[in-house]
Write a protein that binds this ligand. Structure first.
Ligand SMILES: Cc1ncc(COP(=O)(O)O)c(C=O)c1O
Length: 341
């Protein structure tokens, strides 16, 4: 009997497309030119992090943490990844867990938006809800308790204390910014959550050019509308956070971020999340200062996620206090600190 010879495959000779992991990072740098049209000599650029496959900047930290844990034998078959997360990191872990086939357990306050709950359920994550009154710190305490009680069951990823969090930005985000601005970046502005984005990006940018000004932004109050950000004065301070790294910090009122989110939607074609809008508002403060001082500046900020998960919030349709002012509202308290003094 004659068998049919199988011809060597040419169309399947090498895998096509790109893997989910390879799709993380290398995000575009978008010009926010309409926002700074009144400021000659200043360019404001936003790193578009919602193009990551999990929809936020947290894909970078989560993949760095997961890959290091697998490499170092901490996340082994039979163990579950455990962490506390108010949303985006959980989404990133859950996406990676599904794609790479490991179990994931997430502790989070039960008042997270329905959009987030649905996303995590769709990825198949196990969720342990904590009291919303305890905020993200309550979720951290719960994760620590579970990890301490059953260390054999869990790899406690601990995004707040894991060096691989900020290293993702040291190796990725910062070098991308450097290349995308052809080394012309003068200012870097980012919100503080775990602080991984700010710590890692700042450390590397300073190595590349010590003159770059790195400005952190955080909520001006413990009660705020910033998803994923921390009011460091009243929160459990993340072990990876070094408060001496920033040249200065801008305390941002939630209302200013709401106003900026609406402005970006209506005049820049961008629907961004509240934390991203807060970072843009802080960047615009810097842009206006630099323009007033007659200095040229290339300011880069992080647009950590899009508005998708926040569209059910009422501020989009309600008037925000200060919104009617003909000029942007400049309520942010700016504290300045020179590290060399
Ligand atoms: C929407 C959003 N913005 C900003 C951050 C802060 O980033 P980082 O944790 O790197 O400080 C987070 C973190 O969860 C976030 O979810």
């Amino acid at each position: 009997m004659q068998t049919m010879a199988t011809a060597p495959s040419t169309i399947l000779a090498k895998p096509l497309g790109i893997s989910l992991l390879d799709r993380i990072g290398n995000t575009p740098l978008l010009r926010l030119d309409r926002l700074t049209a009144h400021l000659p000599g200043v360019q404001l650029l936003g790193k578009v992090e919602w193009v990551n496959p999990g929809g936020s900047i947290k894909d970078r930290a989560a993949s760095s943490i997961v890959l290091a844990a697998i490499r170092d034998g901490q996340l082994t078959p039979g163990k579950s990844l455990l962490d506390a997360t108010s949303g985006n990191t959980g989404i990133a872990y859950a996406m990676l867990a599904s794609a790479m086939d490991f179990p994931v357990v997430l502790c989070m306050p039960s008042n997270v938006s329905p959009e987030r709950k649905n996303i995590l359920t769709a990825y198949g994550a196990q969720i342990i809800w904590t009291d919303p009154a305890d905020g993200s710190d309550g979720a951290i305490r719960k994760a620590r308790e579970l990890a301490a009680n059953d260390p054999a069951k869990y790899f406690y990823a601990d995004q707040y204390g894991n060096e691989n969090n900020w290293l993702a930005h040291y190796r990725g985000t910062a070098n991308e910014i450097w290349q995308q601005t052809e080394g012309r970046v003068t200012h870097f502005v980012a919100g503080l959550g775990t602080s991984g984005t700010f710590m890692g990006t700042t450390r590397r940018l300073r190595e590349l050019n010590p003159a770059i000004q790195c400005i952190s932004m955080q909520p001006d109050s413990p009660f705020n509308g910033f998803e994923g950000l921390k009011h460091m004065a009243t929160a459990i301070v993340p072990p990876i956070y070094d408060p001496t790294l920033a040249n200065r910090n801008i305390d941002m009122p939630t209302e200013r971020a709401y106003i900026m989110a609406k402005r970006l939607g209506k005049m820049q074609g961008l629907l961004v999340g509240v934390s991203a809008a807060g970072a843009v508002a802080a960047s615009l403060d810097i842009a206006e200062e630099e323009a007033r001082a007659g200095r040229e500046a290339v300011i880069v900020t992080i647009l950590c996620d899009s508005a998708d998960k926040y569209l059910s919030e009422r501020f989009w349709t309600e008037k925000t206090e200060g919104e009617d002012a003909s000029k942007p509202n400049h309520k942010a308290a700016v504290s300045s600190k020179n590290l060399s003094s």
